[in-house]
Design a protein around this ligand. Structure first.
Ligand code: ZN
Length: 298
């Protein structure tokens, strides 16, 4: 086989198989922790770091429309600052705060020890799907409200870059991350999801967030009707409101299909990414974007 054909075959396989294989690997890895007495946190972190490493490499090799992250752009430092703030401050605070609020609610409502509404005797995969459906429903509506109410003042930070790459997934206002958490993950904790399934959901949503923002020419085919893929999510970052006020799903795309906000044009992508035109949002300063909700009139 000639080098040209081999290269084309490699591109084809990477475009079509990287995402589904990584999803399967993540689910299997999180499922197997219970049999090998492994730490779900350690496995979740391993999958998270591996996803970043793989997507970073593929972004360098197969950037969407040939637009490499390193060409003429300066939002890297802003994205990285946001990534550090979310991972080093907001995430640990939420991990401490959530169980605390949960125990206060249990005492306030006098719930019995081990109270659960979650069917923890069902198969792991069924529980994981159920967890995703529950968490995604709350997060879908908070994301949708984030586009059409005052919450846009916070959510605009996520849309304020004119390009996408895996780091864009972490370009999120801390308050945006807080209300997203309480609309989804906290609800799962409230209804008594077991730890293994919760960490599997966290691992899967973390991995999909990275793939979803990847500046890569991935092909998803029928998976565009199951997951919130980067082919779909690119429309969500369009500068055209008609295209951007769609595809709100974080992990799944089901609720967009159900509530009529699904959007895709096969083999096409938005002309421009970023905020809608005519805005005076402080796009280049992370710290000004943090306080923008106080003064910005959108
Ligand atoms: Zn959005």
């Amino acid at each position: 086989m000639s080098n040209f054909r081999l290269n084309n075959l490699a591109v084809f396989l990477v475009q079509w198989l990287t995402f589904p294989l990584f999803i399967v690997a993540t689910v299997y890895a999180m499922y197997s922790v219970q049999f090998y007495d492994l730490s779900p946190v350690a496995m979740q972190t391993t999958m998270f770091v591996s996803a970043i490493a793989i997507v970073e490499l593929v972004e360098l090799w197969l950037p969407h429309k040939g637009k490499s992250r390193r060409n003429n752009h300066s939002d890297g430092p802003l994205n990285f600052t946001s990534f550090v703030v979310l991972m080093a401050v907001v995430d640990p605070v939420l991990k401490i705060l959530s169980p605390l609020i949960l125990s206060i609610l249990v005492v306030l409502f006098g719930l019995p020890q081990g109270f659960t509404l979650f069917p923890d005797d069902w198969h792991f995969i069924v529980q994981l799907v159920l967890a995703a459906l529950v968490a995604e429903l709350g997060q879908y509506w908070m994301h949708r409200l984030g586009h059409v109410t005052w919450l846009w003042r916070f959510h605009a930070l996520h849309h304020s870059s004119s390009r996408m790459n895996w780091l864009t997934g972490f370009r999120v206002h801390p308050f945006n991350m807080v209300y997203h958490h309480f609309a989804g993950i906290f609800i799962l904790m409230l209804i008594g999801i077991n730890e293994t399934v919760l960490f599997a959901y966290l691992a899967l949503s973390g991995v999909i967030n990275i793939f979803q923002h990847a500046n890569v020419r991935f092909k998803h085919g029928v998976l565009n009707y199951v997951f919130s893929t980067n082919e779909l999510h690119r429309w969500h970052h369009s500068t055209q409101p008609r295209e951007a006020n769609t595809n709100y799903g974080s992990l799944l795309i089901l609720w967009d299909l159900v509530f009529g906000s699904y959007y895709n044009k096969r083999h096409q992508s938005p002309a421009n990414l970023g905020l809608f035109s005519g805005t005076n949002y402080p796009v280049n300063s992370y710290w000004r974007q943090l306080i923008a909700p106080l003064f910005w009139k959108n």
